[in-house]
Ligand binder design. Structure first.
Ligand code: C2E
Ligand code: MG
Ligand code: MG
Ligand code: MG
Length: 288
């Protein structure tokens, strides 16, 4: 059989194999070892109350530094982990780190919300809810301090079953946010029928603020809709004071972005939480 494939082609090392595919395989191999080798970390990006400037929560973002590949962005390896199913292992690990860290914040007198990204495959695991419930109990974190960031695609698959699961989670007091809102394929109908607490406006719409008419219209429409439906709205990817000012004017509830901070290692984030609010924070924020 090997002979049939021709001379010089054994296993994976066929000369015609494209470099991309090869590096994907290397990457997947490295990714599966990274957890055990302590090369993964969870960073925390602040979510800021637009009107007060206070940090009200943080999003957990996975980080991977490989000796060969360097810092590999989640945009590269999360899709790979999703395709191979490894995301279930990775996601469970992130959830555990994040819940543990949020319990530290709470027990040091800073009870802020932790938001964790959840992939469709993780969400579909039959023991997903049980695992989270146990984790919260072990770390004594109130469910109201945990928020799950779901994508619109999750709401499309197995609609009945997922709807049931969302209700159970919301019933426990866990927050449910729609990530990258506006970029998926789902209809708006689910907002009416599902227990969604928060919309995260995708950064692709925030980027064009304030000059792009289309972006301005979309962002302002999402904020108005959120307000009318009692769903909180967070703007993602806020990088400039001008964007911040426009969002404040549109009465967006929260923002997240490099303007405040990128994802920070746990220790740096704790230090940031402990620092008092800069005196100019509000003034700057309300000066449009
Ligand atoms: P996301 O959940 O939409 O996370 C926001 C992304 O925007 C993060 O990229 C963050 O670093 C980046 N970001 C935040 N503020 C700014 C800004 O002001 N400007 C710009 N240009 N970017 C900003 P990151 O960490 O590279 O993650 C990319 C995506 O990977 C995430 O998008 C999420 O979908 C996924 N991801 C990250 N961590 C996890 C995880 O633990 N589990 C799962 N399932 N997915 C994850
Ligand atoms: Mg997210
Ligand atoms: Mg997002
Ligand atoms: Mg995203």
């Amino acid at each position: 059989r090997v002979k049939e494939r021709g001379r010089g082609s054994y296993g994976f090392y066929q000369p015609q194999m494209n470099a991309n595919l090869l590096s994907r395989m290397q990457m997947e191999h490295a990714m599966r070892q990274a957890l055990g080798l302590d090369r993964m970390a969870v960073h925390y990006q602040p979510q800021v109350n637009m009107a007060t400037g206070r940090i009200t929560g943080a999003e957990a973002l996975i980080r991977w530094t490989d000796p060969e590949f360097g810092a590999v962005s989640p945009g590269q390896f999360i899709p790979l982990a999703e395709e191979s199913g490894y995301i279930v292992t990775l996601g469970a690990w992130v959830m555990e780190q994040a819940v543990r860290e949020a319990a530290v914040w709470m027990h040091s007198g800073m009870p802020i919300m932790i938001s964790v990204n959840v992939s469709a495959l993780e969400f579909r695991q039959p023991d997903f809810v049980d695992r989270i419930t146990r984790l919260l109990a072990v770390h004594q974190l109130p469910p109201t301090l945990l928020e799950l960031e779901l994508t619109e695609t999750i709401l499309l698959q197995d609609a009945q079953e997922m709807e049931q699961r969302l209700r159970v989670l919301a019933g426990l007091g866990i927050g449910l946010a729609i990530d990258d809102f506006g970029t998926g394929y789902s209809s708006l109908a689910y907002l009416k029928k599902l227990p969604i607490h928060k919309l995260k406006i995708d950064q692709s719409f925030v980027r064009g603020l304030p000059d792009d008419d289309g972006d301005r219209a979309i962002v302002s429409a999402i904020i108005s809709m959120g307000r009318a439906m009692h769903i909180e709205v967070v703007a993602e990817g806020v990088e400039t004071e001008t964007q911040q000012a426009v969002l404040l004017q549109m009465q967006c509830d929260h923002y997240q972005g490099f303007l405040c901070a990128p994802g920070l290692p746990a220790q740096e984030f704790r230090a940031m939480l402990a620092r008092p609010l800069p005196l100019n924070a509000r003034g700057r924020r309300s000066s449009v």
